[in-house]
Design a protein. Structure first.
Length: 438
């Protein structure tokens, strides 16, 4: 009986110890809370932004604190204490403004700390050395005469301070990077800008510069917009053309086999055209930093103009409007399989089939400028190859969405189609490009 009581006592003591240990383990949680920075922080700009998440899924968050330390002085960015348990995760979107904190530019220590609700007050912290930089880069506009034709090109020349790591011109929803070019002892930046066909005088244009700390500066660019109208054309379609092109593209893509000839026409004119233009835009962003071209661009020899840049086309079939498009180049026709020359020196950026454009060559002329040659019957150059002005790159044809043998010629500025006529004109290049750079 005495032994049984002893065993029972030992068992009770064991369970009591385990219960107490469990309670202690539960309340004296040993796990540290977590701090997660959404982005790495090395510099604090004029208006720095930072996302921080604090979490503790066991006892919850007791408090958090974010601050900067400079010359042994603390500058509180954010802090909060929670009176009760229940806050297991806290997300902060902070704006760190040095001018409001009254902290000086230079080196500082960035500190984040959080404490949980465990009686042990487990603590997590992050400390990093950062640089406070609240001064934006400086911009000086060099070019002053900016005459723009709708659908045309314009060159903006400027200088930026040495701390700028990115600069260019913002215009009509696009960004056109600037490229360094030497002029005497000065480094200028040249930004070739594409003007939309439908722009107006109130469209803002500005040079933008950004430094390593993401501080931004902007300088307005004034311009004079010339008047320009674009032709409206009606293109009458026949059964032969629609059926031939439908069969041609369906033969390449089995997924299109169920479409009727008219459904194929609409697909080619709308869906495939948009996809091809997007691909061209992406290709043309891969450009050399230096100018590869010189002088006026060549126009195809002995060729008649069959369609102009900016022509607004309405396609008509059996008396009904079945689609619209805007012509983004100039169609030039000579003899069948006429030799096609590189309009200027550069580097072959793309060769191959390009949907509605058929067999296509794109030449990069550097600093965002490119030329495109479409509907070719054959191509005689390879991607990556350097070509000189006037070099034969292939022959004209009727590949792609073309009704007859011709060359579709386009000029692009950072992937945006612009009017080639300007680039064929030596006087325009002298007045609008060369004089600004010199």
């Amino acid at each position: 009986m005495g032994k049984s009581n002893s065993k029972l006592i030992y068992v009770l003591i064991f369970f009591l110890i385990m219960t107490v240990a469990g309670i202690i383990f539960y309340y004296l949680e040993w796990e540290d809370p977590r701090i997660q920075l959404a982005q790495d922080i090395e510099m604090v700009s004029q208006h720095g932004e930072l996302d921080i998440t604090f979490s503790d899924m066991k006892s919850g968050i007791r408090s958090y604190r974010v601050w900067l330390v400079q010359n042994e002085r603390e500058y509180i960015v954010a802090q909060e204490d929670f009176a009760h348990r229940g806050m297991f995760e806290k997300h902060l979107s902070l704006e760190i403004v040095p001018s409001k904190l009254k902290i000086k530019d230079g080196e500082a220590k960035f500190v984040v700390q959080t404490v949980d609700f465990s009686p042990l007050k487990n603590t997590a912290s992050i400390q990093k050395t950062v640089t406070i930089d609240s001064v934006p880069p400086k911009i000086e506009l060099i070019s002053t005469a900016h005459y723009i034709n709708p659908g045309g090109s314009v060159l903006v020349v400027y200088t930026v301070s040495d701390d700028a790591v990115r600069s260019g011109v913002t215009f009509a929803g696009g960004f056109f990077p600037g490229y360094p070019t030497e002029s005497g002892k000065k480094t200028l930046f040249a930004s070739y800008v594409a003007a939309p066909m439908d722009m107006d005088r109130d469209t803002p244009m500005a040079v933008m510069a950004q430094d390593k700390a993401t501080n931004e500066a902007a300088a307005d660019v004034s311009f004079y917009l010339r008047e320009r109208t674009f032709r409206h054309d009606k293109v009458r379609l026949n059964n032969s053309f629609i059926e031939t092109k439908a069969a041609q593209f369906q033969g390449r893509d089995a997924s299109l086999a169920e479409k009727s000839p008219m459904e194929m026409f609409i697909y080619l004119n709308e869906t495939l055209r948009a996809a091809n233009n997007e691909k061209i835009h992406e290709l043309c962003l891969k450009t050399e930093n230096t100018q590869l071209w010189k002088g006026a661009f060549l126009r195809m020899k002995n060729a008649a103009t069959m369609a102009n840049f900016g022509d607004k086309r309405t396609y008509v079939f059996q008396g009904n409007d079945v689609g619209k498009s805007i012509h983004r180049g100039i169609d030039l026709a000579s003899v069948r399989h006429a030799p096609i020359q590189a309009a200027n020196s550069g580097k072959i950026l793309f060769t191959g089939d390009l949907g509605i454009y058929g067999n296509t060559v794109i030449i990069d002329h550097g600093q965002g400028l490119a030329s495109l040659y479409a509907h070719m019957s054959s191509i005689s150059v390879k991607e990556g190859q350097a070509v000189s002005r006037g070099a034969v790159i292939g022959k004209s044809g009727a590949s792609g969405f073309a009704a007859g043998d011709h060359l579709h010629f386009s000029i692009l500025v950072h992937g945006v189609f612009v009017n080639p006529i300007e680039w064929w004109d030596s006087h325009w290049i002298q007045d609008n490009i060369a004089l600004k750079l010199n």
